[in-house]
Ligand binder design. Structure first.
Ligand code: 6DK
Ligand code: ZN
Length: 371
């Protein structure tokens, strides 16, 4: 069993500047500039922890390359790819992918291509049997980007590009995308909406972002009807709700679909300390959810589970969630334990509530349409 790992310093050089929309920097109005919430800090600290605890030595480090325009346009329109390049070419930076708060810094086009290409390289290594599973610690994130629009900090849809590459070049026909980022994986869903060869399953905080997206009734269209699943968990959902959703929806859906490859949109922003959502997961939750997904990948597709980093905005807690994830992925443990476990034990004992159970049950009912 070998776990691949993709990281590159350039991922940290994607310059999101100050504020950009979410909190408009305007000193003349007394609005203090602040670093953009999607900044390198949390991801740098994830990498540092993986290195410092010794786990890096257990991983097969895989060098990313830049995705080509041909690879990007399997998913995105040529006009959109060109738009990102044009924004990236702006000398002083300050470009945007489309919604006013998805910054494109100077050179971010090449960095975003390196992120998508990192996923492509991991999927390729898995298909060739060089690795069993893998994790790409990339910036910028991808799961909100649609064919022709960047949004929610996302430029290119890394996961979608890797899925299409797996199908077109690697003989992996059926791809399942599990998305447990706290925000809805709307871009991935939209890209594969009418395609039954790619199953998308998103667990997220209901109505968090994008606004009015990711409801139970969004299930794909045309030939893809039934091949998109959404579990819009109410704010305040924690370990019990997410584990229940894994058991009632994600695992049965994967078993029915029988994928050749499982891709994971691996956001850590449903943890209890995250500033951009109001969910209550802990590092132990990510460990348990990962254990289940690794089990499904072993059962269904020779262990092929490839994860792309998405959100996760707590610089101090995201690294411990990511470490728990990677320990499960590799099947090893380190000497590092969650330093906040005792703190969160005091406030994550929330019961499993009826309004959580309802949205999970609604999604579970749709699983039998998958074949
Ligand atoms: N904006 C992500 O973590 C990105 O999923 C999350 C982006 C959240 C944007 C913040 C937000 C609004 C809300 C309402 C109306 C307009 C804008 F892609 C990832 F990075 F992974 O709530
Ligand atoms: Zn997110």
């Amino acid at each position: 069993m070998t776990t691949g790992y993709v990281f590159h310093p350039e991922y940290l050089w994607h310059d999101t500047g100050t504020s950009a929309g979410l909190l408009p920097a305007d000193p003349t109005a007394g609005v203090q500039p602040a670093v953009h919430v999607e900044n390198p800090d949390a991801k740098r600290r994830v990498h540092e922890l993986i290195h410092a605890c010794g786990l890096l030595g257990e991983l097969m480090v895989i060098e990313p390359r830049r995705a080509t325009v041909e690879e990007l346009t399997r998913v995105h329109t040529a006009a959109y790819v060109q738009h990102i390049k044009t924004q990236s070419d702006l000398r002083g930076g300050g470009g945007d992918a489309g919604d006013g708060f998805s910054p494109v810094g100077h050179g971010s086009y090449d960095i975003a291509r390196l992120a998508a290409g990192g996923l492509i390289e991991l999927v390729t290594a898995a298909a060739h049997g060089d690795i069993t599973n893998g994790y790409a610690l990339v910036r910028p994130p991808g799961h909100h980007a649609t064919a022709n629009q960047g949004m929610g900090f996302c430029l290119f849809n890394n996961i979608a590009i890797a899925a299409r590459h797996a199908q077109a070049e690697l003989g992996l026909a059926r791809v399942a995308v599990v998305d447990w980022d706290a925000h809805h994986g709307n871009g991935t869903q939209a890209i594969f909406n009418d395609d039954p060869s790619v199953l998308t399953i998103s667990l997220h905080q209901a109505g968090c972002f994008p606004p009015d997206s990711g409801w139970n009734h969004e299930n794909g269209t045309g030939d893809g009807t039934g091949y998109a699943l959404n579990v819009p968990l109410p704010p305040g959902s924690g370990h019990a709700a997410y584990l229940n959703a894994m058991h009632q929806v994600v695992l049965p859906a994967l078993d029915r679909f029988a994928p050749d490859l499982i891709l994971l949109a691996n956001g850590f922003d449903a943890n209890v300390f995250d500033p951009l959502a109001r969910q209550m997961l802990t590092a132990a939750s990510y460990r348990e959810m990962t254990r289940l997904l690794v089990g499904a990948a072993d059962r269904l597709c020779h262990g092929r589970l490839i994860a792309a980093h998405e959100g996760g905005y707590s610089p101090f807690y995201t690294p411990y969630c990511a470490l728990a994830f990677l320990e499960e992925l590799t099947g090893t443990t380190t000497h590092v334990t969650d330093p906040l476990a005792a703190v969160v034990a005091g406030y994550t004992a929330e019961p499993f509530l009826p309004h959580q159970r309802e949205v999970i049950a609604a999604a579970a009912q749709l699983v039998e349409r998958i074949s």
